[in-house]
Design a protein around this ligand. Structure first.
Ligand SMILES: Cc1cc2nc3c(=O)[nH]c(=O)nc-3n(C[C@H](O)[C@H](O)[C@H](O)COP(=O)(O)OP(=O)(O)OC[C@H]3O[C@@H](n4cnc5c(N)ncnc54)[C@H](O)[C@@H]3O)c2cc1C
Length: 356
């Protein structure tokens, strides 16, 4: 393919929404392409359920080829290793380069890894999902004590899904468990974790790993063979060196039109972007899709761009790995099977909406 007019990079939540809208007939004119490192997009919300044995892999991912075909977008497969923002040129792991008149980045983020001194401990990040799932199935052949770093919604869901699958499970987080959640939600989550035998430690940032020992500033906090990283997120290294201006948190600084502050021909959305009042999660990335689709169409047709106002997320549903879920709604919490049914319905609808 010759250089596209617009290249969507990464099959994140925002780009899936863009493709869905274009498949419905709102496609702008021009040569459009999606670059993805995988033939499918994994849906993080169902990953804990997959690990708990509640879903199959096909329940948790969206095939990109039919969606791209319906949207009139060429699907390119490759792993980005570098970006020159001035030239809008991407370097791929296989040596190819790709350039486009307009770029849209929706490549997510990765959990930060503590410094590892010496070998001894096996360390696995929860992203990229395909690599994580392959390594996890290897680990499952020989279950060993496990520590999880991170106790946001993803970390708690993973701990509840994996408890019982390993001989001992410990969880560490830099702040409070489910920070930002209501006290009721936190109490309910603590109850579930205790019931499943997960030993947790809050306000315990992990500084480094030495051999098979985890250290915080206060000293050694855990000794064991395996560590799973599910904490916060940090920008992908190749974005940091791209020349794009980044915010204080290290992510691409964008404005209300979802364009980079420094390079307006580059859009960014979801976890890889930094926008005031827009927390980094799948819900927010999904909400950005409609604005992104409209603005990408607008630049290709030289129309004025609209401004995105991040909506406030009122409900949070945390899956408990047993078919139930915990609900946090404006500071009010609940839990049980009905919440689990609601959570499953939301996840199922997301997958179905993007299946062609
Ligand atoms: C286990 C788990 C459970 C979670 N549960 C929830 C939840 O219930 N609710 C919620 O709101 N959030 C949840 N999150 C957080 C959520 O997954 C992220 O906030 C969300 O996925 C971010 O979406 P995104 O569109 O920015 O990017 P992503 O969904 O991360 O997609 C990024 C895409 O870019 C691709 N990509 C990355 N690097 C490259 C590269 N170098 N080259 C080519 N392609 C690349 C990836 O393969 C992927 O397709 C969870 C996270 C985890 C880990």
């Amino acid at each position: 393919m010759s250089n596209p007019d617009l290249l969507l990079v990464g099959a994140g939540h925002s780009h899936l929404g863009v493709l869905r809208r274009w498949a419905r007939g709102q496609r702008p004119p021009g040569r459009l392409a999606l670059l993805s490192d995988s033939p499918h997009a994994w849906y993080a919300g169902r990953l804990p359920g997959l690990l708990a044995g509640r879903y199959t892999e096909t329940d948790c991912r969206i095939e990109l080829a039919p969606l791209c075909h319906a949207a009139g977008v060429e699907l390119l497969q490759g792993v980005v290793t570098g970006l020159d923002a001035d030239e809008r040129r991407l370097a791929l792991a296989d040596g190819r380069t790709l350039q486009a008149s307009w770029l849209s980045l929706n490549v997510g983020a990765a959990p930060p890894a503590p410094e590892q001194r010496g070998g001894g401990m096996q360390v696995l990040g929860v992203k990229p999902f395909a690599a994580f799932l392959a390594a996890w199935s290897e680990w499952q052949r020989d279950p060993q004590p496990l520590a999880i770093v991170g106790a946001g919604a993803a970390g708690v869901e993973l701990a509840l899904a994996l408890a019982g699958q390993v001989p001992e499970l410990s969880q560490f987080c830099a702040g409070a468990l489910l920070e930002g959640g209501s006290p009721g939600l936190r109490l309910r989550a603590l109850g579930h974790l205790r019931q499943r035998g997960v030993s947790g430690r809050e306000h315990c940032p992990i500084s480094h790993i030495e051999g098979q020992t985890l250290y915080s500033d206060a000293g050694a906090v855990w000794h064991g063979p395996r560590l799973l990283l599910a904490s916060g997120s940090q920008p992908l290294p190749w974005l940091t060196h791209s020349g794009l201006v980044c915010a204080d948190d290290g992510f691409i600084q964008i404005g209300r039109t979802l364009q980079s502050h420094s390079h307006p021909r580059i859009f960014a959305s979801g976890d890889c972007a930094s926008l005031p009042d827009a927390p980094r999660n799948a819900w927010q990335a999904t909400r950005q899709a409609s604005q992104l689709a409209a603005n990408l169409s607008a630049v290709l047709q030289e129309r004025p761009l609209a401004r995105y106002r991040p909506p406030r997320q009122r409900a949070l549903l945390v899956a408990t790995g047993d078919g139930g879920a915990l609900l946090d709604w404006n500071g009010w919490s609940a839990g049980g099977r009905l919440c689990g049914w609601w959570r499953d319905l939301c996840d199922r609808q997301f997958i179905l909406r993007h299946q062609v």
